[in-house]
Design a protein around this ligand. Structure first.
Ligand SMILES: [Zn+2]
Length: 61
């Protein structure tokens, strides 16, 4: 299932979790990291069906 980026693009793919801390945090919060192929933004999505985008801190815009 494709996730949509906040820029509107559906050209996204699963991103890898970086480091044990992020992995632990994301697992705890049930978030999965995605990467947009169009704007290269990294964002998180909840795994339980909620379609709310959570912009990551390192995405300056
Ligand atoms: Zn995007």
């Amino acid at each position: 299932m494709m996730k949509r980026c906040s820029c509107g693009s559906r050209d996204t793919r699963r991103s890898t979790r970086r480091g044990w801390l992020e992995r632990r945090l994301l697992t705890m919060l049930r978030l999965k990291p995605y990467r947009c192929n169009r704007c290269s933004r990294r964002f998180f999505r909840f795994t339980f069906g909620n379609d709310t985008a959570i912009p990551h801190a390192d995405s300056n815009r």
